[in-house]
Design a protein around this ligand. Structure first.
Ligand code: C5P
Length: 227
C-alpha cells in the first residue's frame, strides 16, 4: 500500500515547506483543485525540484462531455504526471473516450474514476443518486473497469467489494483515512490503516492528519512504518 499526501494548504509556500519536510520519504503527492487552480503547472515542477522521485497525482476529478474530458486528459498527460482522475458519473462513453485519447500519449498516467465521494453519508448520497453507496460505487467501478480505466477512488469500505467485482489488479485509492484517531472533519466514511489493509486498498490519501500536525514528517514516518 502506498501513501499519498494531500497538498491542500492555503498557499504554495506552505505546501512546498511541507514537502520539504517529508522529502526523504517514498510518498506520492496529491495536487488537488485548490493548489492547481491557484499555482498551476509550475507548481508541479517545484515539487519535482524538491525530489524528482516524488510521484504526482493530479486530483482534478474531470467531469464534462466526452470530447472536453479527453482534451483535458491529453493536456494532463503532457504534464508528465503519474496519475489523475475523472468522475465515473460522467459515463462510460466519456471514460472510453478519455482512454482512447491517451493511447497516443508518450507517457500514459494511471487513470482513476471517482465513485462515491467519501464526504457523502447514505442520506445525502441517496438524495443525489437514488441508490445506496455500496451498490452504486460498485456499479461505477464496473463501468470504469469496462471502459479501460485503471482503478477507482472510493472509500476503504468499498475497496474489497469493488475488487471482487472487477479484478484484483484494479487499483483502489481511498481518502478519508485517519491513521491515529484524528478528527474526521467533513469526511463521513473514515477508516484506519489496518482496515484499509484488510480491504486490499492500494493507495491511502491522507491530508489534514499530516498537514495540520506540528510534526508532519513524524506522522508520515509513523504511517510508513505500518504500511
Ligand atoms: O484532509 P483529508 O485527509 O480528509 O483529505 C482528503 C483528500 O482527498 C482531500 O484532498 C479531498 O479533496 C480528497 N478526496 C476525498 N474524497 C474523494 C476524492 C478525493 O476526500 N472521494
Amino acid at each position: 500500500m502506498k501513501l499519498c499526501v494531500a497538498l491542500d494548504l492555503p498557499s504554495a509556500k506552505e505546501n512546498l515547506e511541507l514537502v520539504e519536510k517529508i522529502k526523504e520519504y517514498d510518498v506520492w503527492l496529491k495536487v488537488g483543485l485548490r493548489a492547481f487552480i491557484r499555482d498551476g503547472y509550475n507548481f508541479l515542477g517545484e515539487l519535482k525540484k524538491i525530489n524528482p522521485n516524488f510521484k504526482i497525482f493530479l486530483d482534478l476529478k474531470l467531469h464534462d462531455i466526452p470530447n472536453t474530458m479527453a482534451d483535458a486528459a491529453q493536456e494532463i498527460a503532457q504534464f508528465g504526471v503519474d496519475m489523475f482522475n475523472v468522475h465515473a458519473s460522467a459515463g462510460k462513453v466519456a471514460m472510453r473516450t478519455v482512454m482512447k485519447r491517451l493511447e497516443s500519449c508518450q507517457k500514459q498516467p494511471i487513470v482513476l474514476a471517482v465513485t462515491a465521494l467519501t464526504s457523502f453519508d447514505e442520506a445525502n448520497f441517496q438524495a443525489v443518486y437514488n441508490q445506496d453507496i455500496a451498490s452504486k460505487a460498485t456499479q461505477f467501478a464496473k463501468d470504469a473497469y469496462e471502459s479501460g480505466i485503471h482503478g477507482v477512488v472510493c472509500s476503504a469500505f468499498e475497496s474489497q467489494e469493488i475488487k471482487n467485482n472487477t479484478c484484483a489488479d484494479f487499483v483502489t485509492l481511498c481518502p478519508g483515512i485517519r491513521p491515529f484517531g484524528e478528527d474526521s472533519g467533513d469526511q463521513k466514511r473514515v477508516a484506519t490503516i489496518p482496515f484499509a489493509q484488510e480491504n486490499s486498498v492500494d493507495f491511502i490519501v491522507v491530508g489534514r492528519p499530516i498537514y495540520e500536525s506540528t510534526e508532519p514528517a513524524n506522522i508520515v514516518k509513523r504511517i510508513l512504518d505500518i504500511l
